[in-house]
Design a binder for this molecule. Structure first.
Ligand SMILES: [Zn+2]
Length: 418
């Protein structure tokens, strides 16, 4: 048993409690509430901390092991090297306070398995397997011959092209076969791909519907990468659960999202990081041009969604390994500051990274993201109050303690595994 007494307890959803206490009993939370009303816990480990929160979620990230903002790198990195890089990234994320990651394309299904078996110290990972797009779409590497890219899809399992309903069904089934907990599609063009346009829809209505239906049979939701409005509307019509990025979201899109009970995962961190550091780090010219074209509109979309009351979950789109790559693992907590900058209150941003986050997994969601009895004992402690200064979460050194499934993964003075 572990007993965490805090100056402030932020439950994830609902009002914070001053002088709060969380009691962990094995893998679940036994008590969360005022210290004055907490049960006696003889023999428990006792921790006195400034703030206690549910473990954070990153609802949009990639275990890709790249060192540059250029996806062409995916074709040249050796899979064994990639695997070692992402094992480190998983540990870095955990120490930054992220106890759960919804991994929307990359090696997440394998990282998740390595964490469960105890090989890697990392967050709970809910992986999508490969990102699905049509040929020439966002999950294609347009600078290489198409048969190379098809070969790469089989070899690294991070992206896959599929065209027409039968290929889309097979692509979904291939991801399920590897243990995907959700399916990720590109319903519009993207910024980091060479020749497609972020505003254009990708996949037909029929293809999107077939993917959503096939995923649904296995109780998986579909997450749709969308910038342009046609893709957002088509994806919602097909029944996807989440809109990723949502750059050209307008009033009509927001209302449609409310009607479908869909969740927006805006991923502001990657936009800010690549605007500031992308060019110097080797981001290709085509990606720089596209980023400049969407960056301001993307910020606006967050505000529009928030005003309409669309549910927002926090995601970063980090995928970089190493210590200097822009949009790298470990920076995840900075997303909450960006959400606040674009209209959310600090507590709303925390809710987006905790209580709201599991809803992005539909039926695959664990009982997580809140400090409530019966919830998973994924808990973090901070050196200050993030409802006063959300920036605290951007620096992993402010995350003093991390428990995942009731197991202490980080505490002051303990050696870092990375
Ligand atoms: Zn992404």
């Amino acid at each position: 048993m572990e007993r965490i007494e805090a100056d402030i307890l932020i439950p994830g959803r609902g009002e914070p409690i001053l002088d709060g206490c969380v009691v962990l009993d094995g893998p679940t939370i036994a008590y969360a509430g005022p210290t004055a009303e907490a049960p006696a816990t003889p023999g428990a480990g006792i921790y006195r901390v400034a703030a206690v929160l549910p473990g954070l979620w990153d609802c949009h990230a990639h275990f890709m092991g790249v060192f540059t903002p250029d996806l062409a790198e995916l074709a040249t990195n050796a899979p064994a090297l990639t695997a070692m890089r992402v094992a480190r990234d998983a540990a870095v994320a955990l120490r930054a306070g992220f106890t759960s990651v919804r991994e929307v394309g990359g090696l997440g299904v394998w990282v998740g398995r390595a964490v469960v078996e105890g090989t890697v110290k990392g967050p709970n990972v809910f992986g999508a397997g490969a990102v699905l797009s049509p040929t020439g779409g966002h999950a294609d590497l347009h600078m290489y011959p198409v048969h190379w890219v098809c070969d790469l899809a089989d070899r690294i399992g991070m992206l896959r092209q599929c065209d027409g309903v039968p290929e889309c069904l097979r692509a979904v089934r291939l991801q399920l076969r590897e243990g995907a907990r959700l399916i990720k599609v590109c319903a519009s063009g993207g910024v980091m791909s060479q020749v497609d346009d972020p505003i254009h829809q990708q996949f037909s209505h029929n293809e999107l519907r077939a993917i959503v239906e096939e995923a649904g049979q296995a109780e998986r939701i579909v997450a749709a990468h969308c910038h342009g409005k046609p893709g957002i509307m088509a994806a919602l019509e097909a029944g996807v659960r989440t809109i990723e990025h949502g750059t050209y979201l307008d009033d009509e899109c927001a209302e449609a999202m409310l009607e479908c009970d869909a969740v927006l995962v805006p991923t502001r961190l990657i936009v800010e990081e690549f605007l500031a550091y992308g060019a110097a780090a080797g981001m290709p010219d085509y990606a720089q041009r596209k980023l400049l074209a969407v960056a301001d509109r993307h910020a606006e979309a967050i505000g529009i969604a928030h005003e309409h009351g669309v549910r927002i979950a926090a995601g970063t789109d980090v995928g970089g390994s190493g210590t200097t790559t822009p949009a790298r693992w470990g920076q995840n907590g900075a997303e909450l500051g960006y959400l606040v900058k674009h209209g959310l209150s600090a507590l709303e941003a925390i809710e987006a990274a905790t209580a709201t986050a599991p809803s992005t997994l539909g039926p695959q969601a664990p009982q997580s993201g809140q400090l409530q009895p019966g919830y998973d004992a994924d808990v973090i402690a901070l050196s200050g109050d993030p409802s006063v200064d959300i920036g605290i979460l951007a620096d992993p050194t402010n995350v003093t303690h991390v428990w995942r499934g009731g197991e202490r993964m980080k505490a002051p003075g303990e050696l870092s595994p990375v």
